[in-house]
Design a protein around this ligand. Structure first.
Ligand code: 6PG
Length: 278
């Protein structure tokens, strides 16, 4: 028998990289979307049953857009309790709503306008306001004040990771990671360390208080960073990573206090996936 055909390599299941929390691996982005969507729907129902509402925060970027679309058109996910959902934006670019880079507009066009979510439960970041961050923080506190103490937090936060290790708009070495803002839930992030345009972003304080953090990473372009993050995590001392490492690789700042962290990777983003040369 000659050498195994390339197809064989496709059949190999990569070992999930050792990242903090749970790691879910699926062969293709489409299959990964099913895994995320199934978990999201389950969380939504559980939260509506227990707390009467589902507090959902979504990220921008290109990775989750097909997921947002699937949530709308796939009959599997029709049961999502949008009527009881509050929709938040993890981070926003400081651009007008009619700018194509506006995360809210993208999310709202797909979900807000095509679900029965009441308008008043959709919470854009008014990113151009000088106090956009404190305003969003106030809105958040007002809405969540209806929840019993201890449950006044986000239920499900969908995040991505940049090839530079950023998550939300928390870029390596950027001001929003600095100590002095640690008590803030939302911050403006700007300056040379922030990929333009300037941003408004949820902070680790808010993110890490959440019930469930989901980090969705797809494609070969993210593989090297996944490998780096896994290596840094493996080399940590103790349960948490130190501030210097978070400054370098912000995604490692995700560390829920009383919640769950789940990574969702496709094969292409897994360091262990063999190169397929077909
Ligand atoms: C944003 C996101 C950001 C994103 C990563 C990955 O608004 O851009 O909140 O954190 O998730 O940059 O972006 P891609 O999905 O486009 O690779």
């Amino acid at each position: 028998m000659g050498p195994m055909p390339d197809l064989y390599e496709l059949d190999q299941v990569p070992t999930p990289p050792a990242l903090p929390g749970t790691v879910v691996v699926r062969p293709t982005p489409d299959e990964l979307i099913d895994a995320v969507a199934a978990d999201l729907v389950m969380q939504a129902h559980a939260c509506v049953r227990t707390f009467g509402s589902f507090q959902l925060a979504l990220s921008g970027g290109s990775t989750p857009v097909p997921l947002y679309r699937r949530l709308m058109y796939d009959p599997m996910y029709r049961g999502l309790p949008w009527g009881r959902t509050h929709l938040w934006v993890v981070d926003e670019r400081r651009v007008p709503f009619d700018d194509e880079r506006c995360n809210f507009t993208t999310i709202n066009e797909i979900i807000g306008e095509h679900s029965d979510i009441p308008r008043e439960q959709v919470h854009p970041i008014f990113a151009l306001l000088p106090d956009a961050d404190t305003q969003y923080e106030e809105t958040f506190r007002e809405v969540l004040a209806w929840r019993e103490k201890g449950q006044d937090r986000l239920d499900y936060v969908l995040l991505g990771m940049g090839a530079d290790g950023h998550t939300a708009s928390l870029f390596p070495h950027s001001p929003a990671l600095r100590e002095e803002g640690r008590e803030r839930l939302v911050r403006i992030n700007a300056g040379p360390r922030v990929t333009p345009p300037d941003r408004v972003t949820m902070t680790f304080r808010l993110l890490n208080a959440s019930r469930c953090l989901a980090v969705m990473v797809t494609g070969k372009g993210k593989r090297a960073m996944v490998e780096r993050v896994a290596a840094a995590w493996a080399g940590r001392r103790g349960d948490r990573v130190d501030g210097a490492l978070v400054d370098e690789l912000p995604v490692l700042g995700l560390c829920p206090l009383a919640g769950e962290l789940r990574w969702y990777l496709d094969y292409a983003a897994c360091p262990d996936t063999p190169e397929v040369t077909a």
